[in-house]
Design a protein around this ligand. Sequence first.
Ligand SMILES: N[C@@H](CCOP(=O)(O)O)C(=O)O
Length: 462
Amino acid sequence: MRYISTRGQVPPIGFIDAILMGLANDGGLLVPEHIPQVSEETLKQWQQLSYPELALEIFALYVEQEIPREDLKKLVNDSYSTFRHEEVTPVRQLDDSRYVLELFHGPTFAFKDVALQFLGNLYAYVSKRTDSIIHILGATSGDTGASAIEGVRGKDGIRICILHPHQKVSKVQELQMTTVDDANVLNLAVEGTFDDCQRIIKELFADVEFKHKYHLRAINSINIARILAQTVYYFYAYFRLAEKGQAGQVSFSVPTGNFGDIFAGYLAKKMGLPIHKLILATNENNILARFIKEGVYQPGDFKGTYSPSMDIQVASNFERYLFYLYGEQADTVTSLMAQFKAEGRIAIVGDVLKQVQADFAAYSVENEECLNTISDYYEKYDYLLDPHTSCGAAASDKLAQSGETAIVLSTAHPAKFDEAIRLRGIGQTYPEPIQALFEKPQFQTVVGGTNEAIQKQLEAFF
Ligand SMILES: N[C@@H](CCOP(=O)(O)O)C(=O)O
């Protein structure tokens, strides 16, 4: 398996090079040269597998011979042994047709752990095997940063710098990142929004000379390893429903800001997983929902919401979707992205828009509706949703037809977002690792949101 760029200017490269390259050197995103097809027969066999066994089979399709199977198996087992639930990503049934796929049983209580604990171990493995220097640079709206730090803290040969928007993440998210005192971790609290953080790191990665000089590696979902790892839980959840004989028409509702999680579902469907509908849920930062409904991709005004991890305007994985939407035509993607840079918008109509609407349904959830859904599910099912999952649940309630089986991806544990949940008078006890954070000192540097300010910090740290 080789990897190519959505903008077509990078010669095909192997899996390890793709991981190390992160953002493609031509400014595009890396995708597999072809999408492996999984037959019905294979799906039947995979249904019997445990989560790590399934992950191994799926990764093997994308890694092929580059990492010996025994090594890959160890990487997978090590990555999921830190999860608190034996199933890794269990599926909870709420009623006859509603399910929640709990993705928050990893070390930092968010779905990011599923891919990032693996990527952390993979980086350590690659660093040792290829003698590569791993200097990770990432941007976070709260969850990715904590999980990436946890995945590599204290690891030899690896350093990590994470940018988060100052005072725009939840208290627990901030503590998870900034109470880590390992010398290989640097937290920069950027004066600006997540979009500023993401734009800065993308521009630094696009400066190929700077990227090579400082050996910059990506942990955001611009890194294709993230997407591949996230496809696994779609398969896993589908199989749990198939066991119950309920896999006839399964839709997934996915809260998303950066389009990574739902793109993983799109890839799983393209591999052959019979997903009925992919429902995209946004908060009031609803550029993606507007695109799907109206065909216009154009950032709006930033809004601080109860689901801060999705307070994102420009979704970095959107370009991967455009690549497939336009029949893998790198030239078309290149000119659309150039148009977006120049004019700040992309507009599509006709059959292309129809295709988008066949691929996804979308719903954007207002702040009040997010809280109402938390209260409703708590009363009706005695189940506490975090505000991101609540957006997914609200979208599913709106868009899944009655009787249709819908799985909501639960992206985080409610304890990470107690500020919002308390507004509805619902009390919760923090899990012990989260409670313990409140006693620890914090380490972070507040910086201005300019490339120069960040570059200066990186030059001193790396
Ligand atoms: N919601 C994310 C934003 C970064 O997304 P990623 O898919 O690039 O990791 C976060 O919590 O940081």
